[in-house]
Design a protein around this ligand. Sequence first.
Ligand code: FHN
Length: 449
Amino acid sequence: MKKGIAVLGIIGMFAVFTGQAAPETAEQTARMKWFREAKFGLFIHWGLYAVPAGEWKGKPIAGIGEWIMNRAKIPAKEYEQLATQFNPVKFDAEAWVQMAIDAGMKYIVITSKHHDGFAMYGSKVSQYNIVDATPFKRDVLKELSAACARHKIRLGFYYSQAQDWHEPNGAGNNWDFGADEKKDFDQYLRAKAEPQVKELLTDYGPVCLIWFDTPRMMTPERSQRFIDIVRKMQPACLIDGRLGSAGDYRSMGDNRIPPTAVKEDWEVPATLNRTWGFKKDDTEWKPPADLVFKLVDIVSKGGNYLLNVGPTAEGLVPQASQDNLRAVGRWLKVNGEAIYGAGPTPFGDELGAYSETEKDKDGKPVFKAREEWRCTTKPGKVYIHFIKWPGTAFELRGVKENVKKAYMLADPGHKKLAVKKSGDNLTVTLPAKAPAEYDSVLCIETKSN
Ligand code: FHN
């Protein structure tokens, strides 16, 4: 009989982290509730950059699609002209929301204004927006907000508070407007960024989250002005971790999943291929198995996964993105219980360990990840996610509590599996073959001794 043996630390097996290191206020607990439940969200990077789609004047431009203006040093006056070509007649808010639902995602965050400065909604503050400057003339955020309300899915807005390559005093555009240090950055914040954030919090229903980004030149005072706006206008709205001072949770680097569990609330923004904004030649799609593993890995470390699509200039989400997301959704339909509202692993050894010999370029020990299984938890339940099927039995060491029953989530009848407890060692007899694709989840129900 083949055995998968898990050698575990002595951490109490069924301790469930609260997700917060320091005590938090009742207000904060209430604000964070949905985020802690949700675990999986859809990021949408959509803007004028979808028109060139990674190519400028016949030449491919290296880097992520939404940075084309910066990478190709396109003058603001020239880039502006893209608005006259932006006519995404195939945009269908219902279809986008339905796709997020099919994928099992619980919130959506869309770029309301990225670094290029173009507002994807009918802003009164700047004419450089989808309603006033394009032949399309429709407020896509309004349509999305209505569709989200109909389907009861939360909507949040990405807003580039500091970089604005269209504004003389915004950060980032040194090819038209010179060095940032010489700019009147507060003039830009007061005249555009702050009033636009107010518009977003006024005209689009309940906003679950403002996703600020790249906090260049954001002093604590400047960040505080945004915090005051958000807290005053929509106290339930979360602030991500990239404003410039602490938000409601920690934002990890792009596509950076921490090697071990993190006790605070956190989220990792991630791509399905390599770009955020649409790029026609980027077809390096992560397969569904990889996406499911990443989702499980993230949840087992206490985080949320915000996974991005970059729709085309016609308004379509690339088919490969749709297909791969829906495959994750099919897995979640069966195994979602082990993801939504689930806490992190009480173990840790299954994640891997720092090498004692290998160092990275900064001289720090390299983390050697293991990928056989992951663990997520709920009160009275431990979920073992088998990424690699361990054979016909699985042994878990360090199990203090008694086991009520164990079964596979993919087995519709939840047939009880044979378990044997010997001291703190638990052995579960498993079916010969993995019952699910990508990750078969064993649920162990426990009772305190
Ligand atoms: O510069 C942006 C980038 O375009 C993209 O929006 C990502 C998403 O997390 N954030 C910034 C880089 O970290």
